[in-house]
Design a protein around this ligand. Structure first.
Ligand code: PEP
Ligand code: MG
Length: 405
């Protein structure tokens, strides 16, 4: 929050210090401290005493620990750290890759369905290959893939140069690109056209992703890896809205099964990250196989506190002892926790098979992990490097307050 990033000047200011693209910084992932220059580092040792200790941890632990990962590199790293599945694969990160951003932009700029579908067809094999690679690494461990979440304008070019280049490639006027950027601009994108709202207006995007997920899984089955894909729909707030997207996804999956002449099991679930979804969880649970708490958004919307702007004043709240801790780091049990508990209780009441986890940043924070163990979650999911600490917290919770006596 103390860094001032100037996107246009390409500088970062911290107090009096100004860094440019030429500078290197080192970050301590445990404390968040930033050092100027490139500190000497070494990869963590995962065997020896650490391995023995984690073996003890696993003996006592009875809540699963998954990871948030969306590249094969992160997935391998997380497996080394002992992740038992993927709780969140954010597909938008795959859209940004250099070799496909052009097709993504074409898809967004398309003014008619046919052009959009043609661009999506080019993205399909790339997404399918991403999922195939991830499934192949994870073997039979569970993998939750989330459908596209961010607002579309995030993928469009920024600055005159990039706009001109894209217009040239697409053989259209730069003014058309600018027009589309303006059309997609939102006053409050975090509360705007994102998550499953995209799938409601552009079902073909969700269809392409569902097809890529299922085709990749079918490919794995041919290789002898019996993947059960978990497809996660983000940002739902209402059962009718969610049911519509679910139907779109299911229809496309049935089409794939028919084309390939083979069926496999899959799960369809949603993120609980809007307060209304938590409050109406009994309805939502009737049309889903699983819930995953997106506590980043849930915290934002419960506090009415923007994730992107809170840095301007939240540190002062902590300094002035108004908040004890940053609610984006340590889950607010009284408020956000109330919604989580409500959703777990209501959800399980109407769907006794409902599988429940968390994939917000809080999933790797030890005090939150212990709290969520008590609430009855089946798993937590966190960044690869936090898997060991989350496992330790889960084991401690199981010893201090066992839920399976
Ligand atoms: C969340 O909101 O907690 C979440 C995991 O999704 P994202 O951070 O991608 O919005
Ligand atoms: Mg979210």
């Amino acid at each position: 929050g103390e860094l001032h990033v100037d996107e246009f000047e390409h500088t970062v200011r911290i107090g009096d210090l100004v860094l440019t693209g030429e500078d290197t910084i080192s970050i301590d992932g445990s404390t968040g401290a930033i050092y100027k220059g490139s500190l000497e580092t070494q990869p963590p040792q995962l065997h020896g005493a650490f391995g023995t200790f984690m073996g003890w941890v696993d003996k006592f632990r009875d809540m699963k620990v998954r990871t948030n990962a969306d590249t094969p590199r992160d997935v391998s790293q997380a497996l080394d750290f002992g992740a038992e599945g993927i709780g969140l694969c954010r597909t938008e990160h795959m859209f940004f890759k250099e070799d496909r951003i052009f097709q993504v932009r074409k898809m967004i700029l398309a003014s008619d369905l046919e052009t959009r579908k043609a661009a999506l067809e080019k993205i399909l094999p790339m997404q399918e290959d991403d999922f195939y690679q991830i499934y192949s690494l994870m073997k039979e461990r569970p993998v939750t893939v989330r459908l596209l979440d961010p607002p579309l304008h995030e993928f469009l070019p920024k600055g005159e140069g990039e706009i001109k280049d894209l217009a040239l490639e697409l053989n259209i006027q730069p003014a058309r690109v600018k027009e589309r950027i303006a059309e997609l601009q939102e006053v409050n994108p975090m509360l705007g056209f994102r998550g499953l709202r995209l799938a409601i207006i552009y079902p073909e995007i969700a269809k392409m992703q569902a097809r890529a997920i299922i085709q990749a899984a079918l490919h794995c089955h041919e290789d002898g890896i019996k993947v059960v894909p978990e497809i996660m729909i983000p940002l739902s707030s209402d059962v009718v809205e969610l049911s519509r997207v679910k139907e779109t996804v299911k229809e496309e999956i049935e089409k794939v099964f028919e084309e390939k002449g083979k069926k496999i099991d899959y799960l369809l679930g949603t993120m609980i990250e809007i307060p209304r979804a938590a409050i109406t969880a009994d309805e939502i649970a009737q049309v889903t196989d699983f819930f995953s708490f997106g506590t980043n958004d849930l915290t934002q919307m419960t506090f009415g506190l923007s994730r992107d702007d809170a840095g301007k004043f939240l540190p002062a709240y902590i300094e002035k002892d108004i908040f004890e801790k940053d609610p984006f780091q340590v889950l607010d049990q009284k408020g956000v926790g109330f919604l989580v508990e409500t959703a777990v209780e209501k959800g399980r009441k109407t769907n006794d098979k409902l599988h429940i986890g968390i994939c917000g940043e809080h999933g790797g924070e030890p005090s939150t992990v212990k709290y969520l163990y008590g609430v009855g979650l089946d798993y937590v999911s966190c960044s690869p490097y936090r898997v060991p600490i989350a496992k330790l917290a889960a084991a401690q919770a199981a010893i201090e307050n066992p839920r399976n006596k």
